[in-house]
Write a protein that binds this ligand. Structure first.
Ligand code: GDP
Ligand code: ZN
Length: 311
């Protein structure tokens, strides 16, 4: 009887649907249609999806070239979103070097509260984050311009772009800002994430679309993140989200996700201060003194009120 030879190797998850994954091995070869051995991974938590683009996995292959996923390596960090319908945390992408929150000047309009929510998650998950303001060929509202000014004041980088293929702008600056590693693009549907990635990684996107079609006739292309590699950079295009709840965090954590609140929080009189109405709240005092922007504080209040309504 001949013993089947198995080989083990490490790979990165590019994409997955219905528990079937597309992987890239470290030598550059792609593995398609790979399943999890025994359908469950050891140590997998109760999250909505056990594997996300960017996850590092150990795979084993037999002599017929068939590979299965044995285990997931610990994550360095992760971009997440709370799935309210399923009451579960969804991992959008793992092992992320930079998160770009993409907003557009118009169509859809720029929503300060939405941008803030994603920045809070990034802050709490220890993912470096910046903002891309796309469609700067269109008119930016005063409200949006004011929010962007505040973000820059508190230390966020805001990159301006036009992702129209006929008259692109800011693409070189984006490439300079993200010289290597994995960048995740997150934002509402229609802000131009795919258009931006198409300009940053010409041709690579179409190839990814073709892989998705092989899997499931493209049915999942808009519901799962996609991992696009080009020239040492990896771009993760995520499905557009309309609403981004932060139910996975406690109220006190959310306040700490507003980076400019942190120095005030420690001075609040009540240890479990919600910064909404408490006496001697250092955050409220800082808002009153103009040290914390009312725009950001309003975002915070909306998140907390909405959280209270849902609990
Ligand atoms: P996504 O849903 O975020 O991936 O957005 P898409 O990349 O599909 O873009 C949505 C629409 O906006 C498309 O019709 C694009 O051609 C258009 N679009 C993207 N970037 C720009 C831009 O900078 N300026 C203008 N005027 N239109 C853009
Ligand atoms: Zn307080």
């Amino acid at each position: 009887m001949t013993q089947r030879e198995t080989t083990q190797r490490e790979a990165t998850v590019l994409w997955g649907a219905n528990n079937i994954f597309s992987l890239r091995c470290d030598d550059g070869t792609n593995l398609d249609h790979v399943r999890i051995k025994g359908k469950v991974l050891p140590d997998s938590d109760d999250s909505y999806n056990v594997l996300a683009p960017g996850d590092r996995v150990l795979v084993s292959g037999d002599d017929t070239g068939k590979y299965t996923i044995l285990e997931r390596q610990p994550r360095r960090n992760a971009v997440t979103r709370w799935n309210r319908k399923r009451q579960a945390l969804q991992t959008v992408a793992a092992n992320v070097d930079h998160l770009y929150v993409v907003g557009s000047a118009e169509y859809p309009a720029y929503h300060p509260g939405f941008v803030d929510r994603i920045l809070v998650m990034a802050e709490l998950e220890e993912v470096n984050a910046s903002v891309i303001l796309n469609k700067t060929d269109l008119t930016l509202s005063e409200e949006a311009a004011a929010h962007i000014t505040v973000l820059e004041e508190i230390g966020y980088t805001v990159l301006r772009a036009v992702a129209h293929p006929d008259h692109p702008q800011g693409i070189e600056d984006l490439l300079k800002h993200h010289p290597a590693g994995t960048a995740v693009f997150f934002g509402e549907s229609g802000v131009g994430k795919s258009s931006l990635i198409n300009l940053l990684a010409p041709g690579a996107m179409q190839e990814t679309g073709e892989v998705s079609i092989r899997y499931d006739r493209g049915r999942h292309t808009t519901t799962l993140a996609r991992h696009i590699s080009a020239g040492g950079r990896v771009f993760v295009d995520t499905p557009g989200v309309r609403h981004y709840p932060l139910d996975q965090y406690e109220a006190t954590e959310i306040a700490a996700g507003f980076r400019e609140f942190r120095s005030a929080i420690v001075d609040c009189r009540m240890p479990s201060c919600t910064h909404l109405h408490e006496p001697d709240c250092a955050v409220l005092n800082a808002v009153e003194r103009g040290e914390i922007s009312p725009i950001r504080y309003e975002s915070y209040v909306k998140i907390i009120r909405e959280k209270q309504d849902h609990s």
